[in-house]
Design a protein around this ligand. Structure first.
Ligand code: SAM
Length: 282
């Protein structure tokens, strides 16, 4: 280990007052700042009168830039990594860089600060003792539904990042998979002028979002209450088990349970619960 280091510096997610004194000191004193978008971060640095040179480091050039950054660290230079907003590496570039820098034997030092997921969770009113961050849901509807089905029985608070143009699609997919009564909190434009933190059962939340286009603008964190403990599941008959197993190979949990219930003349809820358990133990 040498004294030279890569600092992972968090920047504000909206309100510039959220930058820390330590972050400013480090951004001022390092020899180089690697930034996701130099034009975007240029405005932040200008606001704080920081003139440190910048390099672009984004998803498309991260591996090549990481090699060059390791070379600069080898010359004894200290470097800071920032992203467009919040904490680098959290749904942002930097993972390959951090791996490479650590493997090369240099220190990687976190300089903590704003992070949308932690800010949203802290003010959501949802349980914070155990939570799961799922990042952005996939853009394609089948993949999105499958990702949600994989966590439907999870009893931790579930957290998702979302962009305005996919907000309604994601909420509707959640409605389909989690059902209308699951409690969801939408945290929008945190630390900014139109900050809104609104929670309701999914069906009502969707009506509320659809009724006001202002609520569809900006940046979002969606927080879903974890699954409530289900009452003991009724054991499946051998026929129900055979049909459900076959259908689950081809269909979604919801479709397989509905069809199996029809074929076996059984209760849909019982088969749905069993299907969820079979999927989560795959
Ligand atoms: N690294 C960032 C962090 O620490 O939160 C996240 C970067 S990710 C590319 C951008 C996403 O974070 C947005 O689409 C939104 O889901 C969430 N986000 C960022 N700023 C936000 C804000 N002010 N309010 C709500 N969500 C925000």
């Amino acid at each position: 280990m040498t004294d030279t280091c890569l600092y992972i510096v968090s920047t504000p997610i909206g309100n510039l007052g959220d930058i820390s004194a330590r972050a400013l000191e480090i951004l001022q004193s390092v020899q180089l700042i690697a930034a996701e978008d130099t034009r975007h971060s240029g405005r932040l640095l200008q606001h704080f009168c920081i003139k440190t040179p910048m390099w672009a480091l984004h998803d498309h050039n991260e591996r090549a830039q990481a090699d060059k950054i390791v070379q600069r660290l080898s010359k004894g230079e200290n470097i800071a990594l920032i992203s467009d907003a919040g904490t680098p590496l959290i749904s942002d570039p930097g993972y390959h860089l951090v791996r490479k820098v650590r493997d090369a034997g240099f220190r990687v030092v976190p300089v903590p600060g704003a992070c949308a997921l932690v800010a949203a969770l802290s003010a959501s009113g949802l349980p914070t003792n155990r939570f799961a961050f799922e990042g952005f849901l996939p853009a394609k509807s089948l993949a999105r539904r499958q990702r949600l089905e994989a966590v439907v029985a999870d009893d931790r608070t579930l957290m998702f990042y979302e962009s305005p143009h996919r907000l309604i699609h994601s909420l509707e997919a959640m409605l389909e998979v989690f059902g209308p009564e699951r409690y969801v909190v939408m945290a929008r434009e945190l630390t900014k002028t139109f900050e809104t933190i609104h929670g309701d059962q999914l069906a009502s939340l969707i009506d509320w979002v659809k009724a006001d286009t202002n609520q569809q603008k900006g940046e979002f964190v969606l927080l879903v209450h974890g699954a409530e403990a289900e009452p003991e599941t009724e054991a499946l008959t051998p026929e129900e088990l055979r049909v459900l197993t076959l259908l689950l190979d081809e269909l979604s949990v919801k479709q397989a349970a509905a069809l199996a219930a029809k074929i076996c003349n059984s209760k849909k809820k019982k088969l749905y619960q069993a299907a969820l358990e079979m999927k989560s133990s795959d």
